[in-house]
Design a binder for this molecule. Structure first.
Ligand code: MF3
Ligand code: CO
Length: 256
């Protein structure tokens, strides 16, 4: 069941999304070689709490038995790490890295979810294109995020754009509805068929998140039970925003 948010709920949710955007802004300002990923995590948690939010990823349970809850406020995934990298005091950001930061803020009982990928200094050939294609894939997708269209129109547009640029989307993970819960219906794969899936309605709030791999699309999970890496060691990028379907253009709630 896809939840339709009321006007009042949307106002509350916008505050959560605003804090998510603020945190990304702060991270963008300070991220540089030599910093540990734990320092970024500490900064994120501070900014979230100063703005009346809760880091929703911290303590998030794994669906796998025996895997500890996610320990960080943000996911930090470097180079061949695709998503869900765990912040660590032993991992330093280096010149040439591409660093994806994914974070979810809860405020007023609602969630805001967004991810960005940063290029640090002199990055390898094509890393910039990978990051730009991943971001643009989101914007290609939301061109179809309109009342009366179907979810598959968005999914298809994302996957088609990525593949036409010679890259691959991750098929094992997907975007999602979002609201009082971090993950709500519908699931939003980064591939699909135009004209298929649920009809989009005003008041739906969706987290749309292309996860893109430069090489082969296969992925592996690390021993930690969280970090997802590319099997072939090629680079991966992630870009995500929480959006609102309206009677007109979609609103992107996690960009300020
Ligand atoms: N932000 C992620 C998403 O888009 C969730 C990460 S899993 C967590 O769905 F454990 F880190 F919360
Ligand atoms: Co998400």
């Amino acid at each position: 069941m896809v939840d339709i948010k009321s006007k009042r709920e949307i106002e509350q949710m916008k505050e959560a999304c605003h804090v998510t955007a603020l945190v990304h802004k702060e991270i963008e300002k300070v991220i540089k070689p030599g910093m540990t990923t734990l320092e970024l995590d500490t900064l994120a948690e501070k900014v979230i709490r100063q703005n009346g939010g809760i880091p929703a990823q911290k303590g998030y349970p794994s669906y796998q038995k025996g895997v500890p809850n996610f320990p960080g406020s943000i996911c930090v995934s470097i180079n061949d790490e695709v998503i869900h990298g765990i912040p660590s005091g032993r991992v330093k950001i280096k010149d040439g890295d591409i660093v994806s930061i994914d974070l979810v803020v809860e405020k007023n009982g609602f969630h805001g979810d967004a991810a960005r990928t940063y290029l640090i200094g002199q990055t390898p050939k094509d890393a910039k294109k990978l990051v730009e294609v991943t971001k643009q894939a989101f914007f290609e997708g939301i061109r179809y995020a309109k009342v009366g269209n179907r979810l598959g129109d968005i999914c298809y547009a994302i996957g088609d754009y990525v593949e036409k640029n010679g890259y691959h989307v991750v098929k094992e993970f997907q975007g999602h509805g979002i609201g009082r819960s971090m993950h709500e219906d519908p699931g939003i794969p980064n591939y699909g068929k135009p004209g298929k899936g649920i009809k989009l309605e005003a008041g739906m709030t969706l987290a749309i998140e292309p996860m893109v791999i430069q090489g082969k699309p296969d992925i592996l999970e690390l021993e930690d039970g969280w970090t997802i890496i590319t099997e072939d060691g090629s680079l991966a990028a992630h870009y995500e925003n929480t959006i609102l379907i309206t009677e007109k253009e979609p609103e992107i709630l996690t960009i300020i």
